[in-house]
Design a protein around this ligand. Structure first.
Ligand SMILES: *[C@@H]1O[C@H](CO)[C@@H](O)[C@H](O)[C@H]1NC(C)=O
Ligand SMILES: *[C@@H]1O[C@H](CO)[C@@H](O)[C@H](O)[C@H]1NC(C)=O
Ligand SMILES: *[C@@H]1O[C@H](CO)[C@@H](O)[C@H](O)[C@H]1NC(C)=O
Length: 710
């Protein structure tokens, strides 16, 4: 984009004067396929080659499917433009009637926008009409609502659609605003597409035509992407220079992120040469270093005023050295920082484009412990020397390229894995292209920021494939080059033996802080139920005991002279909550059970459970049921504790002896209970043999003692 015409009289690009080889030009191509109508897709299974434009936003590593539109009177669009609308040389808003593509919704995929790809013709070629620029056509199509443009050539040849050069300030301004991709196809391929719109006999309305533009395999792929950026330290080239500066600045953080493990980047600078016979001329002395060997055209075109080409080659060489030193120290991204700072602080307009400013910037680089000014100066060497400079020689060699890579002849140029990048110089587009240079599905994370298509939207293959997974990887996650299925929400990845992956259910009820759970799960009479892949809240859990103790035993007792109600209804909410949290079935868990309170002993009265105090309730701890002090000795529990300890110690004591001991103890207990009951309970049914109290069967005796009840 830097014009080499101004001083072409003297200077030549290294590539032209350096060899007799004809300038090679490699055209980068992607693929265009018809996806609908089906018959047409079948007739052209391989699709067509499309050449990438050198501007706009190609979707490297991705594809774009859209409805093809051709604004032409013979193809259903009776709008009038000058020249005809199919050339797209006039804003479509000025057509008569104005033409606008509406992002209508696709009836097959609700909520999804239809992409439009506009087919336009190159030209016009008629003598009385100047053909308009490619970028102008693309701009007009974008303004009319297209998401992509396909330009049809007027002959059966391919070419790269170039951006207008920097002298055309007007088109350069909208050039930066082009956000859609543009492709170029041959005349005959274009004709195939146009024919699809033709009405066929008996078919009044031709089918809609859908095509896919594919940029997946434009660039070679590699595990580690090597890429180069051909630039220039000149900052007096208007919009072109501004764009380069802006790009470098934006790219600093991502360069740092990718450099080393993922990418290997090298900056390059185009070198011009002065023919041998002119080396001593004023032109060459002013524009070159190393006695005419390495040159750059004068930035302002005036050899006598302002900065000269020499200043620029010298700074280019310094920047090459900054990279060399940084790269040797394992911090190649420092070049990005240096270039950004130099561009900001050492401007030609401020009269600061000089060695002093450059060295100050170099010294001020953050954490510059990796190199010194002395090293930098040594790398640059004597620029007046009449000798070759190794760094610049290798630049010129690289610039010439080889039969695969082609030459570099415009600035800026980016090559990725030795393939030429086409598209505008912007962070998003370049990063996307770099990402498309990685082995498929091995792209670094940074690439997700520029992923093109959403392979996970509703109804997509990714969405349905993941949804059907049995291992829990039901969530579709977009990747740079497609999608992957990952553990869905509520699951966590578990890597088992042999690296076998499985998604395990997360128990939210247990692992989530109560405050983060739905309050409907955490209230007093609520439960959190773990489910596969989530959790449910069970609210308003019934309190059975609130309704007449659910029919369980109840009794009024005087404790320390005060009447108190005791009951056997036990609320099972805690048990219920616990089972829910463990995801266990809840049907078998009763919400209450009839269990005597701690200070009571259970007995069956006519098949009905009833409770009786163990001891004087005033001496019984209501929480633990331990009786202490009071009359009648130290309650049963103490005796039992002793028994248990004795039993534990005398584990070898014969069973019979022990049973005898137990029996004796129990009879003592009966006496005790009877005494208590007689004192505290209105014993209505004091009927019994020998005036004995109808003794309830103590649960502890468990039938081992002969019954005395009726
Ligand atoms: C391009 O975009 C910029 C900012 O987004 C805007 O100010 C400018 O007017 C646009 N240029 C054209 C030609 O639309
Ligand atoms: C590169 O990878 C190594 C090991 O895999 C890691 O320790 C290092 O942090 C990575 N470097 C960057 C810049 O990501
Ligand atoms: C940068 O450093 C790497 C690794 O040290 C080396 O392989 C590469 O050739 C260097 N690049 C340049 C341009 O010196």
């Amino acid at each position: 984009m830097v014009s080499s015409t101004r001083l072409a009289v003297v200077l030549g690009l290294a590539v032209l004067s350096g060899s007799l080889v004809q300038a090679r030009f490699v055209i980068e191509q992607g693929g265009l396929k018809i996806s609908f109508p089906k018959a047409a897709a079948k007739a052209h299974p391989k699709g067509f080659d499309m050449s990438l434009a050198n501007f706009g936003a190609p979707k490297y590593g991705g594809s774009l499917m859209g409805k093809l539109v051709y604004v032409d009177a013979d193809h259903g669009h009776p709008n009038t433009c000058i020249p005809s609308c199919n050339y797209a040389c006039q804003p479509f808003s000025q057509a008569s009637p104005p033409f606008k593509l509406n992002p209508s919704t696709n009836p097959d995929r609700p909520g999804q926008r239809t992409n439009y790809i506009m087919l336009v013709d190159r030209g016009p070629l008629e003598d009385d009409m100047a053909p308009c620029k490619f970028a102008e056509k693309v701009w007009n199509a974008q303004e009319a609502g297209a998401q992509g443009v396909v330009v049809v050539n007027y002959e059966d040849k391919h070419t790269t659609m170039e951006a207008p050069d920097d002298q055309d300030e007007i088109s350069y301004r909208y050039l930066r605003n082009i956000t859609i991709p543009a492709a170029f196809i041959t005349k005959s391929d274009g004709q195939v597409l146009k024919d699809l719109f033709k009405k066929t006999p008996g078919n009044a309305q031709p089918d809609d035509v859908y095509v896919v533009l594919d940029w997946n395999d434009v660039l070679p792929r590699a595990r580690k992407v090597e890429w180069e950026f051909w630039t220039n330290s000149n900052d007096m080239c208007g919009a072109v220079c501004d764009v380069q500066k802006e790009f470098i600045k934006e790219f600093v953080p991502v360069a740092r992120e990718l450099e080393g493990n993922w990418t290997r980047f090298t900056p390059h600078y185009i070198v011009w040469v002065c023919p041998e016979s002119y080396r001593s001329s004023d032109e060459c002395q002013s524009q070159c270093i190393h006695n005419g060997r390495y040159c750059t055209p004068d930035p302002d075109g005036d050899l006598l005023a302002g900065y000269s080409g020499k200043d620029i080659v010298q700074e280019n060489l310094r920047q090459l050295c900054v990279f060399k030193l940084a790269n040797e120290s394992g911090v190649p991204w420092k070049w990005w920082e240096y270039s950004t700072k130099f561009g900001e602080q050492c401007k030609m307009v401020d009269n600061q484009y000089n060695e002093e400013c450059a060295e100050r910037v170099f010294n001020e680089l953050e954490g510059n412990t990796w190199s010194s000014l002395a090293k930098l100066r040594a790398c640059i060497g004597d620029v007046a020397a009449d000798a070759d400079n190794a760094l610049l020689e290798s630049e010129m060699k690289r610039q010439r390229g080889n039969s695969d890579t082609g030459e570099v002849y415009i600035l800026p140029t980016i090559r990725i894995n030795d393939g030429q990048y086409r598209g505008k110089l912007s962070y998003t587009e370049v990063l996307r292209a770099i990402c498309a240079g990685f082995t498929r599905n091995a792209e670094p994370k940074a690439c997700m920021r520029v992923a093109v298509d959403d392979s996970c939207r509703d109804g997509s293959l990714g969405h349905s494939t993941c949804a059907a997974r049995k291992d829990g990887k039901t969530k579709c996650q977009n990747t740079f080059s497609g999608y992957e299925c990952v553990c869905g929400p509520g699951f966590i990845l578990h890597v088992g033996e042999g690296g076998k992956e499985k998604c395990l259910n997360i128990n939210e009820c247990v692992s989530t802080e109560a405050a983060d759970l739905d309050p409907k799960c955490t209230c007093e009479r609520c439960a959190c139920k773990d489910t596969y892949g989530g959790y449910e809240c069970i609210a308003n859990i019934r309190d059975d005991c609130a309704h007449d103790y659910a029919g369980c035993w109840r009794g009024d007792f005087k404790v320390n002279g005060k009447s108190q109600t005791f009951h056997a209804c036990k609320d099972n909410i805690a048990l219920y909550k616990d089972a829910a949290a463990r995801g266990k079935p809840l049907e078998d868990i009763p919400l209450h059970s009839c269990t005597c309170p701690p200070c009571f002993t259970e007995y069956m009265n006519n098949g009905k459970m009833e409770c009786v105090p163990k001891c004087d309730l005033a001496t019984c701890d209501a929480a633990t049921g331990i009786c202490s002090g009071g009359f009648g000795g130290s309650g049963g529990l103490h005796s039992w504790a002793v028994v248990l300890i004795v039993f534990a110690c005398l584990g070898v004591v014969g069973g019979a002896g022990f049973v005898a001991y137990r029996l004796r103890l129990r009879s003592a207990m009966h006496q005790e209970i009877r005494a208590i009951m007689a004192q505290y309970m209105p014993l209505e049914s004091q009927e019994g043999v020998n005036g004995e109290l109808a003794m309830p069967r103590s649960p502890a005796t468990n039938g081992a003692v002969p019954h005395t009840d009726v």
